[in-house]
Each structure stands twice: as C-alpha cells, then as structure tokens.
Design a binder for this molecule. Structure first.
Ligand code: UT7
Length: 335
C-alpha cells in the first residue's frame, strides 16, 4: 500500500472585507456581541461584480495548490469538491473545476458534508491513493455563503458567522514510510440534521411550493442553526475525534505540533485548546479574519499556517471538524 502526502496547498478569499460594523447597516448587532461570542472581527463576502462563485474561487485556489505541488493540471487524476453552497443545485461543483481548469475528462466527485467536508474529502482521497487507483488528487473546499444568508435582524444569529472563500490541496502518492496521512476518522448523527440546516429549496420543500406559499414568514430557504445546541455537541465531538485520531496512532496530546480545528467559533477552538493543554503556537485560528467558511475553513487555515512556516517537516498535524449533519471527524498527518 502507498501513503498519501499533501504536496500542494492554496487558498483564495474574495477581496471584499465586511467588518462587524458593516453588518450594522442591515441588522441590529454590534462588534462587541460578535467578537465576544464568536471571535470574528471581519469576513470576506463575494462582490458579485467580480464574477467570483463557489466554483470560480475553488478553481483559483486549486491553481495555486497544483503549482505548489510542482504539477500541472494534466497530472491530476481525480477531483474531490466539498461545498454546501454549489453554484447549481445540480450538477455539483467538481465538474465545473474540471471545466474551468481545462482538465482532461478525469472523474469529479462532490462531497456534501458541510463543515466536515474537507475532512471527509481528504479521507476519501487518501483511500484512493492508498489502494493505488490514483496518484494525484485535487481536493477542494469552497463556499459562497454570502449569497444565501438572511441579511436582516431576523437572520443575525447565523448571518454574522459565515464568510466566503476557498482552499485546495493536492494529495499525492508517496512511498516514504510513516509520512503523510496516518489516519482519518469519520462520524455522523443524522437525528440532529435539522439543528443546522437549510431545508428548502429541496425535494422536501420544493421551489413551486415556496413560491405558491409566498409567505414572508417562511425562513426555510435560509440556513437555520440551533446555536447553543450545536455548540454543546461541537465541543464534545471535536474532543472525541481528536482523541480517536491520537489513540489510533499510539500518540498522546503532547505529540501534537499543530491542531487545526474547523473555524466554527473561536470559543470552541479555545475550549479544545484548553482541554488538550496546547500552547498558543500549537493551534491555528483565522476565524477572526474570515468567519466560518465551512468546507473551506480547515484548508484555508492549513494553507496559512504552512505559508507562515508554522508547519515543518515531520510535524504531527491534527485536523478536526464538526458541523451540520451532524458530521464530524479528524485526520492525523505526519508532515
Ligand atoms: O460550523 C458549524 C458548527 N457551528 C457551530 O459550532 C456554532 C455553534 N454555536 C455558536 O457558535 C453560538 O451558539 C452562536 C455564536 C451561534 C450564538 O451565540 P450564543 O451565545 O449561543 O447566542 P444565542 O443564540 O443564545 O443568543 C443570545 C442572544 C439572543 O437574544 P436574547 O434572546 O437573549 O434577547 C439573540 O437574539 O443574542 C442575540 N443575538 C444577537 N445579538 C446581537 C443573536 N445573534 C446576535 C447578533 N448580534 N448577531
């Protein structure tokens, strides 16, 4: 069996910065509330005039990752694309990447696992590489949240949290023992699906039904989150996923060189940091600048940490996520 290693990383965020104070233009909120509860200072929201979309941002991040892997688009064998905000209801965004990057007719798979999307995608890519089926896989997480948020006081509990952006990684075959992805663990608990969900438009609540009802009180086509319920589950599941990953490899929490938690809420990341007794330089957070970018959040943070020289050869890097589904999981990497 082969190993898989991350050989290229890239990210792209829209230029348009939206500060907490900017949000006050269309909702009753405050910089103080947002920072205190979430740690977020600003986020990026697409300016539609720029032409950025979920797929376009994903393609921009992917180009950087492929170049940094010292590969060309023609060396990529497979695309895995994670998003909850695809440009189209169907088909998925993976095929758009194939087209935008003018790649050969390789396979393209979409992953629908929200905040855990990148963890699931990395795990899938790892399996394809381990079995020898593919050599180089492009894994992308990209989100255009801003287009679908409820920009009013009614939606403030959700809207202030989410930002747009994309990240990409190239996962490549390696024969070096003990390096690369050591393990991945994936979980779900569908009974909580509606605690963090966008119900319509869907076949459960289809567009004609929504249009016919024409109900100004209908919020089914905006994301809904039972914030405190999600928070309580997040802290437990994050911890479990990290412990599971460490134990599977006979490692201890002191072995962690860098923990990159999904950027859901700075308070969740700080809780986990404290629980595992990790020093500040062993946890990477950027939610302050980008908000929660769901499937893109871990890969953007991983790329930034790597660009800043915070991830070095042989470091033990732990990625962990929890979110809508509920889904959660971890990936343990020997860099
Ligand atoms: O990435 C996927 C996973 N997601 C998560 O892990 C998120 C987990 N949950 C959270 O991060 C937090 O629950 C939130 C940040 C979403 C909310 O924080 P909270 O401390 O749970 O606040 P809350 O929803 O209980 O609301 C408290 C109060 C309410 O007012 P009343 O009823 O006490 O008068 C809200 O209406 O804060 C109000 N509120 C706001 N006020 C100002 C809610 N949103 C805002 C806002 N600005 N943006």
């Amino acid at each position: 069996m082969y190993n898989s290693r991350i050989t290229g990383l890239g990210y792209y965020v829209p230029e348009n910065v939206v500060t907490n104070n900017d949000l006050k233009e269309f909702m009753d909120t405050s910089d103080e509330w947002i920072q205190e509860r979430t740690g977020i200072k600003e986020r990026r929201w697409i300016d539609p005039k720029t032409g950025d979309t979920t797929a376009v941002m994903g393609a921009k991040a992917a180009k950087i990752a492929i170049e940094r892997a010292n590969l060309t688009k023609d060396d990529i064998d497979f695309i895995i694309f994670a998003t909850l905000s695809p440009d189209m209801y169907f088909p998925g965004g993976g095929v758009q990447i194939q087209d935008l990057l003018e790649m050969p007719t390789i396979g393209a798979l979409d992953v629908r696992n929200q905040c855990s999307g990148f963890i699931y995608s990395l795990s899938i890519a790892d399996q394809f590489i381990k079995t020898g089926m593919y050599k180089n896989i492009l894994v992308i997480g990209s989100e255009n949240h801003s287009g679908g948020l409820e920009k009013s006081t009614r939606g403030r509990g959700v809207t202030v949290i989410f930002g747009d952006g994309a990240g990409a990684a190239v996962l490549s075959r390696s024969e070096e023992e003990g390096k690369g992805i050591l393990s991945s663990h994936l979980h779900s608990e569908g009974k909580h699906a509606k605690e963090l969900a966008l119900i319509g438009p869907s076949t459960e609540r289809w567009v004609p039904e929504i249009m016919e009802a024409n109900d100004p009180e209908d919020t089914s086509y905006f994301p809904h989150m039972n914030g405190q319920f999600v928070f309580k589950h997040a802290v437990v599941r994050f911890s479990e996923a990290i412990v599971e990953g460490l134990q599977a490899n006979g490692l201890e929490k002191d072995d962690i060189d860098m923990l990159i938690p999904h950027q859901a809420n700075l308070r969740i990341a700080q809780f986990i940091q404290k629980k595992f007794g990790l020093a500040n330089d062993k946890v990477y957070n950027n939610i302050m600048r980008y908000g929660n970018t769901t499937a893109a959040s871990i890969i953007i943070a991983l790329t930034e940490a790597w660009e800043e020289g915070k991830i070095k050869d042989n470091d033990l890097v732990v990625l962990a996520a929890f979110g809508s589904g509920f889904t959660w999981g971890s990936v343990v990497i020997r860099w």
